[in-house]
Each structure stands twice: as structure tokens, then as C-alpha cells.
Write a protein that binds this ligand. Sequence first.
Ligand SMILES: [Zn+2]
Length: 257
Amino acid sequence: MPPFDRAFYEQVRQDMALVEEVVVPPRDAATFTVPAGHLFRIVSIEGPQVGDLNLWNANDLSERFFSGKTRQLHATHVTTGDRLWSNMPFLRPLATITRDTLDWYGWDDDGGGVHDVIGTRCDPYTNCLLTGGEYHHCCHSNLTRALAAERGLTLEAAEAHVHDVLNVFMCTGFTRDTHQYFMKASPVRPGDYLEMFAEIDLLGALSACPGGDCGNQHSSDSAACYPLKVEIYAPRPGALDGWTTFARNGYSRRHGL
Ligand SMILES: [Zn+2]
């Protein structure tokens, strides 16, 4: 595992300049781009709100965030110093978490934590399975619409690129007795943020989940929902001297033949 060089990321954060802000409307998603070596923050504004994040290589959508491997390499929930890894055959860090204002939460008495890579994303198929109904503003659909608009793709083509998310600010865990997934109201409050360093050129899509703080239910318009903000920061000149991006994984891909 490439070590987390805290001193490097701390000095990159010094005197960084805000260059762009994107507001994600409630029960909807928005896209944003982050050049390699820039930083971005997902910021809580107005009220407690969970965000579902997808990340792609901005120059090749076939490279995208790999939730399962990130969970395996780090933990069920991620925080400062952890990386968001890409899928095979690339398998390299897409982003490194440089600040987490909810790191105080740690693990609660139920075993819950924040920023999980265990849940997937709320989606209309599971909702249809469980309720028989149609709901069109699940995170899966929000991310699909946002990517389709960003890249001029059909909904069907965009949907194929949508993947398991980082559940930003979401509070989840597994029950101690039956090891079943649970969620509870997020402790996030306006002003909290999760900050990352882009290790490669990134295209991001963030959905402001229809579950709001996810203390109750998804897949309806009943929960209180708030916007989220994405802030993009440029490092000061010279801050990246000597830094290089991670190369894609070195495996030969011969698979024994
Ligand atoms: Zn959702």
C-alpha cells in the first residue's frame, strides 16, 4: 500500500485557492471536474444531508471508483488518510481524503460510523422490488441523469457507468447480533465537509440523497432534504513540485495464458 504522506498533503492544503463551486439541489445530482493535483470538498449547507458520490477518470469513464476494494483495503468507513481506489485493471488511488470534519464521530455504541463504503446507493429497482412503486429521484437515477447531461449520453449508456458510491456523511453499520445493515440519522451539520486530493483528473457526480439525513427512509419525497455544495480548490504555485500521479496497476493481464 502506498503510504499516506501526511506532510505532503498538509502542505498542499496551505493557501489553496477556491476556483469553483457547484451546488447540488436536493433529490438531484450534479457533476463536477477536478484536475489532478487539485482538491475538492463536499460541504454540508442548510441542513443535515447525505451525499452519494461517484468518481471517474475524467479522460476515460471505464476507470471508476471501486467501493468494494476500497472497503477491503481500508475499512467499512473512510476518513483522513484513506484512498478511494479505482476498478480493475487500473486499481490505483483516484483520490486521497485530506480532511474530515466528522472524524470525531468514530464508532458509536451500535458500531455505526460515517462515510461508508458498505451501502450501494438507493435505486428504483430495489424500491420497485420492495414496494412495487415507481420513484425517479433515487441516487442511482439522479447520478444517471447528471452523467447523461454532462457527457451527452443516453440514459441507458449513462446508467452503465453509474457504480457503487461513497456514502458521504451517511451513518451506517451492521447490527451486532445479526450483522445486518442499518442506517441512522447522519450527525452532519452545515459547515461540515469531507475534503479530498485528486490523484488523477476526475469527473465526479454527487447526489443529494432523497433520504435526507437517512434516519428514516429513501425512495420517496417524505424526508427533509437539503442541497450540498462541492468546492474545487487549486493548490498554490509550486505546491506540487516533485509530485507524480499514481501509475495504473502493473499486472501483466496475462491471467496464466
Ligand atoms: Zn440515496
